[in-house]
Design a protein around this ligand. Structure first.
Ligand code: ADP
Ligand code: MG
Length: 1009
C-alpha cells in the first residue's frame, strides 16, 4: 500500500482510495499511476510507459497524455501548480508528491475529514462476523437490502475498506445494469471476474480458469490468445448451463482455498437470470471456501420487476444458506451525527436537525441532496469559519420539495441549457456514459461537453468523473457516472416520448460503429437503443445477436427470452419487413429449444419458420428451416423428418442453385439411408451429390455429420471419425450444436463397431453422469450405451438403461429404447436356453406394425432376424435356420455394412457345419474372413474367427484351427483392453460363455487375475 497526501494506492486490489472513498480509475489509468508512483524519484518518459504497459501493441503517445490528464483530474491536481504529477513537455512525467509505504489504515485526517458513514454499527458488526466465518472457510452469502439512496453502496464501500486490511484478501466487484444488463447472461459476474483476470495479468486466476472453468475463460476474448481460444472452444463444445455454473463454483472454491475473496454484486434488482442461477448454486454447495458474496438490491424494485430474486433470497434465508441485512433509514440522532461530521463546528439552530430529518425522512441520499442544495443556494454558509444557517428555520421548510424526485427535478431546472441538453442525452446513454457516445446526440463538440461535465462534477451535481476509458474502437474518451442511479432515473423519466426516442436512435447509430460482425459485446445495448428509437428492424437484428451471445454463455433460456421479445417487436413491422426477420427469429428459437433438449418445440419453431417462408415466397429461407427441422424430428418422429426433407427437396428443385440442390439431395438420401432403409439407389444418389458438393463448396459441419453416419453404415470407421473431427472444428453456435450431437452419435457408433468399447463408454458415461438439462443428449448417449452393453454381454445393464431412458423421455416415443431392450431380453433368453421366449422378443423387434422408425431401425431389424435364426439353429430347428440364413445373407449383402455381412456369412458357416456340409462351410467362412481383412470390424471379427477355429477343428486341421483361435483371442483382447482395467464391463465381457470358450485356460487366468 503506497500513500501520498490523503491518497492510498492499493496495489493488491488495484484501486485508489481517497480517505474512505474509492476513486474511480480505469485499469489502464491505474497502471499508469502505479508506474509513476513506483518510480516517483525520477522522470519517466512516454516511451518508457508505453514499453512497460503496452509492450506488444502500438499505442499513440497521445493516449498517455489523456490518461495522465484523467489521473490528475481524479487526484484533483491543478494545472498551474501540480502537487502530484508534473509534466515535462516532450520529455515525460514525474510523480512529485512524497510517497510513503502505508500500513493500510486511513490516516487520522481522513477519519475526521472524509469519513462519511454514520450509524450502521450493527450492520458493520454483522458483516465483520460473516467475514470471520468466511476467513475460516465457511462460505457466506449476504444480501444488503434497502430503498434507493438508503446507503447500501456506502456500507459496501466501508466494508470493502475494512476487509482489505486482511492480508491477501481480494475484493472484486460487479455491477448490474438497468435495461440491457438484465438480458446479458452473467453480466455482473463477468465484470467482477474480468477485472480479476485483468489485474492478475494472466497469473493464477487464468491458470485456474483454464483448468477448471474453460467455459468462463473463453468469455474473455481479448485476454486470451487466438490459439488458446480455439483449443478452449473445442473443449467446451456442447457444454450446458449446468456445466458453466458448476465450473465457476469449482473454480471459485479452488481460488479461495488459500486466499479469501469478497465478491460484491451490486444492484441485483436488475440482475439477469443466469447470475441468479450462479448465486443459487454457489450458496447450496457445501465444500470449504474462503468466500463472501455480498449482493445489494432494492426490494421494491424486485417486486415490480417480478424477478425470481425474491423467491431465491427467501429460500436461501429459510435454509440458513444466506443472511440478509436490511438497511433502514437513518434516525434523528444519526442525522445529527451526519451534520456534525459534514459541517464541523457548525452553529445551527437546535431544531435544524429535526427539520432535515423530517424532510428527508432519514433517507441519506435525500438528506445530502437537500443540504448540498442549501449550500449551493447560500442558505448554509461559512461565516467567521463557522457554518451557519443564513435563513430563518421557518423559511427552509417550504423551499424543500416533498420528494427526492422533485428536488432533483428542481435542481435540473436550474442548470444551463447546455448542461440540461448533455444530461438528457446522458440519461439515455446509461449510468456510466462516455463523452463520445453523447456527442452526436447533444450536437456539441466533445471538448465543450467534457468541460460542462467537469463543471457539474466539481459542483457535485448529478455526475462525477469516472476517468478516461478506451472505447471498443480504440478511441479514448472521458467517462462520467451519475452520482446515484436515481438521478439518471428521474431525468430519463421526465423526457418526452419524442425526445427520448430521438436520443435513443442517435445513440444507437453512434454505437453501431462498434458492433462489427463478430464483435457482439454491445448487441443487447444496441438492441435496447434501437427499440427505444422505434427502429424495430435494427432492434430485432441486434436481439438475434444478443441471443447468440447468451447461447455462447450456454444461457439458452435467456436466449429464448430475448428471441420471444424480438417476435413481439416483429409485430410492429410492416408485413414486407416482418417476414424475413420473423423467420430468422423463429429459426433461432428452434436452435435454442434444441439446445435445451425441447425437441418438440424445436421442430415446431422450425416448421413454423418454414411455413412462414413458404407463404412469403422466400425459398432459401424455407429450405434452411426445413433442413433444420430434420434434426429434432430425427429423434422424435423420423417419418415426419423424412417427409420434411422430401419437401425441402421439392423446394430446392425450383431454386436454380446446383450446390443447394446437391446439398438437399444428399441430406434426403442420407436421411432415408439412416432412418428408413438401405437402398443402393439412395447410396448412389448420396455419393454423387456428395461429390458435386465437394467439387463446389465442400461440406458444412452438418453435412459432414450425415456423411460420417453413412460412412459408419459402410464400415469406414476411421474416415467417419475423421469427418466428425473436421466437423467439430468448424462449429460456432446454433445449428452447430445439432452437428455436435450428430458427431457424438456417429463417433460412438463407429467406436462401438470397431471394438473401441471403452472409448465409447467414456463418452456416454461423461454425458450421462452430469446432471444435464439437455434431454436430447441424455437420450442419445443412453441408447448408445445400451447398445454397447449388448455387445459386451451386459444384457441386464442394457435393459436397465433402456427402461430408465423411457422415464426421462416422457412425452416422446421411445422405439429405440424399446428395441434395444427387446434385443437384450432376447439375448438373455437365448443364452439361458429359453429359445421360445427368445424368439418372442426378437419377433417384437421385427413386427413392423407396432414399431415406428428410428435411428438405424432397419439395421436393428436385421440384427433381430439374425438372432432369431441363431436361436433356431441352437434349438436344433435346422431346416428353418437353413432357409432363413440364405435369405438373411441376401439381405445383408444388399446393404453396404461389412459387420452385418460378416455375421451373415458366419451364420451360414455354422448352419452348414450343423448340416455337416463342410465344403459349404469352408466357402462361407472364407467369405466372412475376407471381409474381416478389409475392414476394422472388430466386433464381428472375433466371432468370425471363433467360428473358423471350430470349423477347422472339426476338419482336423489343427494348425489352421489354432491360428484362427489366436486371431479370435487377439480381437477379444482388443475389445477387453479398450476398457479401463477396473471397468466391470471388461470382466463381464471376458466371462461371457461364447467369449470364454475361445480363450485358452492360461489366458483366462491371466486376464481375470
Ligand atoms: N450511513 C450513511 N452516512 C452518511 N451518508 C450516507 C450514509 N448512507 C448513505 N449515505 C449517503 O447517501 C448517498 C446514497 O447512498 P448509497 O450508498 O449510494 O445508497 P444506495 O446504494 O442504497 O442506493 C451516498 O452518496 C452517501 O454519501
Ligand atoms: Mg447503490
Amino acid at each position: 500500500m503506497k500513500e501520498f497526501h490523503s491518497f492510498r494506492l492499493d496495489t493488491v486490489n488495484h484501486c485508489l482510495w481517497h480517505g474512505e472513498d474509492r476513486v474511480s480509475l480505469t485499469p489502464k489509468a491505474f497502471d499508469v499511476l502505479r508506474y509513476l508512483v513506483e518510480h516517483a524519484d525520477r522522470l519517466v518518459t512516454q516511451d518508457e510507459i508505453l514499453g512497460a504497459l503496452w509492450p506488444e501493441t502500438y499505442v499513440n503517445p497521445e493516449v498517455i497524455k489523456k490518461y495522465v490528464l484523467g489521473i490528475r483530474k481524479a487526484l484533483g491536481d491543478r494545472h498551474e501548480k501540480p502537487e502530484f504529477i508534473e509534466t515535462f513537455p516532450r520529455r515525460g512525467y514525474q510523480f512529485v508528491a512524497t510517497v510513503s509505504e502505508g500500513i493500510g489504515t486511513p490516516s487520522d485526517a481522513s477519519i475526521n475529514g472524509a469519513r462519511k458513514m454514520v450509524g450502521r454499527e450493527t450492520a458493520m458488526a454483522q458483516l465483520d462476523g460473516y467475514l470471520t466465518h468466511a476467513l475460516k472457510g465457511q462460505r457466506q452469502i449476504i444480501f444488503v437490502t434497502g430503498e434507493a439512496g438508503v446507503g447500501k453502496t456506502t456500507l459496501v464501500d466501508e466494508f470493502h475498506q475494512m476487509a482489505t486490511r486482511h492480508p491477501n484478501l481480494r475484493v472484486v466487484r460487479g455491477q448490474c445494469v438497468e435495461g440491457f444488463g438484465g438480458k446479458e447472461a452473467y453480466y455482473p459476474v463477468l465484470e467482477a471476474l474480468g477485472q480479476w483476470v485483468r489485474d492478475s495479468g494472466g497469473g493464477s486466476v487464468v491458470h485456474t480458469l483454464a483448468k477448471q472453468a474453460p467455459t468462463w475463460l473463453v468469455q474473455f476474448h481479448s485476454l486470451i490468445k487466438a490459439e488458446q481460444r480455439e483449443a478452449l472452444q473445442k473443449e467446451i463444445l456442447g457444454a450446458t448451463r449446468e456445466r458453466m455454473v458448476r465450473e465457476i463454483c469449482e473454480a471459485l472454491e479452488s481460488l479461495t482455498a488459500q486466499d479469501p475473496l469478497v465478491l460484491v454484486l451490486e444492484d441485483l434488482h436488475w440482475v439477469d437470470p443466469s447470475t441468479l442461477d450462479f448465486i443459487s448454486a454457489l450458496s447450496r454447495r457445501r465444500g470449504p471456501a474462503k468466500l463472501l458474496v455480498l449482493g445489494t438490491y432494492r426490494p421494491a424494485d424486485v417486486i415490480i420487476s417480478q424477478s425470481p430474486l425474491k423467491a431465491l433470497k427467501q429460500d436461501l434465508v429459510l435454509h440458513s444458506l444466506s443472511h440478509e441485512i436490511s438497511l433502514e433509514r437513518l434516525d434523528e440522532s444519526e442525522v445529527s451525527d451526519f451534520l456534525a461530521f459534514k459541517f464541523v463546528d457548525a452553529d445551527f439552530p437546535s431544531r435544524f436537525v429535526n427539520l432535515i430529518y423530517r424532510r428527508s425522512g432519514g433517507n441519506p441520499l435525500f438528506m445530502i441532496t437537500i443540504l448540498q442544495d442549501m449550500v449551493k443556494k447560500g442558505l448554509i454558509a461559512q461565516a467567521d469559519g463557522r457554518w451557519t444557517l443564513g435563513v430563518a428555520l421557518e423559511d427552509v421548510e417550504p423551499s424543500v420539495p416533498e420528494t427526492l424526485d422533485q428536488l432533483i427535478e428542481m435542481q435540473f431546472q436550474q442548470l444551463s441549457a447546455v448542461e440540461q441538453l448533455i444530461l438528457r442525452s446522458a440519461s439515455v446513454a446509461g449510468e456510466r456514459f462516455s463523452v463520445w457516445a453523447i456527442s452526436t446526440a447533444a450536437e456539441i463538440d466533445p471538448g465543450s461537453i467534457e468541460d460542462a461535465c467537469d463543471g457539474l462534477s466539481e459542483r457535485l451535481q448529478f455526475i462525477q468523473a469516472a476517468g478516461i476509458h478506451e472505447l471498443a474502437n480504440g478511441q479514448i474518451s472521458a467517462h462520467y457516472d451519475f452520482r446515484h442511479s436515481l438521478y439518471r432515473e428521474v431525468l430519463y423519466r421526465r423526457l418526452s416520448e419524442v425526445i427520448r426516442s430521438r436520443l435513443h436512435l442517435q445513440l444507437a447509430q453512434r454505437l453501431k460503429a462498434f458492433c462489427e460482425p463478430g464483435e457482439l459485446e454491445l448487441a443487447s445495448e444496441l438492441a435496447l437503443h434501437f427499440e427505444g428509437g422505434h427502429d424495430y428492424k435494427q432492434a430485432i437484428r441486434y436481439l438475434i445477436l444478443a441471443s447468440e451471445n447468451a447461447a455462447g454463455r450456454f444461457a439458452y433460456r435467456d436466449s429464448l427470452e430475448i428471441l420471444r421479445h424480438a417476435l413481439e417487436l416483429a409485430l410492429k413491422l410492416s408485413p414486407a419487413l416482418r417476414d424475413e426477420l420473423e423467420i430468422q427469429v423463429l429459426e433461432s428459437i428452434g436452435d435454442a429449444h434444441f439446445a435445451l433438449g425441447a425437441l418438440v418445440q424445436s421442430a415446431q419453431a422450425y416448421t413454423t419458420a418454414a411455413e412462414r417462408a413458404r407463404q412469403a415466397g422466400l425459398k432459401t429461407a424455407q429450405l434452411h428451416a426445413l433442413t433444420s427441422a430434420m434434426y429434432p424430428m430425427g429423434f422424435i418422429d423420423p417419418d415426419q423428418g423424412i417427409a420434411t426433407v422430401e419437401e425441402a427437396l421439392k423446394v430446392s428443385m425450383s431454386v436454380n442453385d446446383p450446390t443447394r440442390l446437391a446439398g438437399t439431395q444428399m441430406l434426403a438420401a442420407g436421411c432415408r439411408l439412416v432412418f428408413d432403409a438401405w437402398s443402393q439407389t439412395d447410396a448412389n444418389l448420396y455419393t454423387s451429390s456428395c461429390e458435386t458438393l465437394l467439387r463446389h463448396s465442400g461440406l458444412d459441419a452438418y453435412q459432414r455429420i450425415v456423411y460420417a453416419h453413412i460412412l459408419v453404415l459402410k464400415g469406414n470407421y476411421h474416415e467417419a471419425l475423421e469427418s466428425c473431427e473436421g466437423s467439430v472444428s468448424r462449429m460456432g453456435h446454433g445449428m452447430s450444436l445439432m452437428a455436435y450431437y450428430g458427431a457424438l452419435s456417429a463417433k460412438t457408433s463407429a467406436l462401438l463397431l470397431m471394438g473401441q468399447l471403452g472409448k465409447a463408454l467414456q463418452i456416454t458415461q461423461a454425458g450421462r453422469a452430469s446432471p444435464d438439462e439437455n434431454l436430447a443428449r441424455y437420450w442419445l448417449l443412453s441408447f448408445r450405451e445400451a447398445w454397447l452393453r449388448t455387445v459386451a454381454f451386459d444384457f441386464e445393464g442394457a435393459r436397465r438403461i433402456c427402461q430408465g431412458s423411457g422415464k426421462v423421455g416422457g412425452e416422446y416415443p421411445d422405439s429405440q429404447g424399446e428395441t434395444i431392450d427387446q434385443m437384450a431380453a432376447g439375448y438373455i433368453a437365448l443364452y439361458g436356453g429359453k429359445y421360445g421366449r427368445a424368439i418372442e422378443h426378437f419377433r417384437k423387434v421385427l413386427n413392423p406394425a407396432v414399431r415406428t422408425k428410428f435411428f438405424r431401425h432397419w439395421w436393428w431389424r436385421l440384427m433381430a432376424r439374425l438372432e432369431s435364426i441363431n436361436t433356431w439353429l441352437m434349438s436344433g430347428d435346422l431346416s428353418r435356420a437353413g432357409t432363413a440364413a440364405d435369405s438373411f445373407l441376401e439381405s445383408a449383402l444388399s446393404t453396404a455394412d461389412p459387420h452385418l455381412q460378416t455375421l451373415a456369412w458366419d451364420l451360414k458357416t455354422r448352419v452348414a457345419m450343423a448340416k455337416n456340409d463342410f465344403k459349404g462351410a469352408r466357402e462361407s467362412i472364407q467369405q466372412a474372413l475376407g471381409i474381416v481383412d478389409k475392414f476394422e470390424i472388430v466386433v464381428a471379427a472375433w466371432q468370425g474367427y471363433a467360428t473358423a477355429w471350430q470349423l477347422y477343428q472339426r476338419l482336423n486341421e489343427h494348425k489352421t484351427a489354432r491360428m484362427n483361435r489366436e486371431r479370435a483371442e487377439t480381437y477379444i483382447f482388443k475389445i477387453a483392453n479398450s476398457f479401463a482395467p477396473d471397468e466391470p464391463l471388461r470382466a463381464t465381457f471376458l466371462a461371457a460363455p461364447p467369449v470364454r470358450r475361445v480363450l485358452c485356460e492360461k489366458t483366462v487366468n491371466k486376464a481375470t487375475r
